[in-house]
Design a protein around this ligand. Sequence first.
Ligand SMILES: CC(C)(COP(=O)(O)OP(=O)(O)OC[C@H]1O[C@@H](n2cnc3c(N)ncnc32)[C@H](O)[C@@H]1OP(=O)(O)O)[C@@H](O)C(=O)NCCC(=O)NCCS
Length: 227
Amino acid sequence: MFPLKKNNKNEKDAIKVVVAGEEHIKYVDEVNDAIDLASKERGTGIARRTHEYIESKIKEGKAIIAIDGDKFAGFCYIETFGTNKFVANSGLIVPREYRGHGLARRIKQRAFELSRSKFPEAKIFGLTTGLAVMKINSDLGYKPVTFSELTDDEQFWKGCQSCVNYDILQRTSRSKCLCTGMLYDPAWKNGNGKKGKTPFQVFREWVDKRKAEKQALAENKNGKKSE
Ligand SMILES: CC(C)(COP(=O)(O)OP(=O)(O)OC[C@H]1O[C@@H](n2cnc3c(N)ncnc32)[C@H](O)[C@@H]1OP(=O)(O)O)[C@@H](O)C(=O)NCCC(=O)NCCS
């Protein structure tokens, strides 16, 4: 099936995006290798999980996989924190040869639906430096938030230890880092959300604000004094 032709709808539709089952455990090493490669390419610490961890997510019905025939074409998993008050959507990966065809969008959509159906009361969140993920999250109804609005569950924040920027997170007492935190709160659907602006407007304003903050943090890290 690959390389995919950019606008061939039939080829794109032939790639299945499903909740992973036992039959997909054979792809776990490929998932981790693809995450490793992307992490090296981007120079950021997308956390590598153990084989056992990814396998457990699949067995618990908490993983989404994209499959092109018998080829692995993408992955993401969900995990709860703070006794099911929060659900993180993590480990999103689309191998290079499958990128740019809307697969991440489909995977994230499916992970969102899975999170909503399994944990309808939970807030859904993620951390990312990637514009693609920020765009997808905004379209799903996430809003950028400060880290104080995310879970305080230590288990979640431990996942940041493998990131090259972990020292920044420590230096700021976990209040900010180079990642943007994004959150979907089901309460917003019930009329408790911020009104007036579209999620994308909120997102754009946040990106502008964060650019200035990130620059200051990066300059601090490199020993330069911020203004
Ligand atoms: C990020 C990643 C998952 C995107 O996968 P993908 O299947 O190519 O993404 P999609 O085709 O679904 O694109 C979704 C949107 O993001 C945009 N996008 C994709 N890659 C982008 C990039 N590098 N920069 C900016 N926007 C990007 C697309 O244009 C699309 O927007 P649109 O629908 O408004 O046109 C993939 O590049 C990847 O696996 N990267 C390495 C791992 C990673 O960064 N994971 C995320 C960790 S938070």
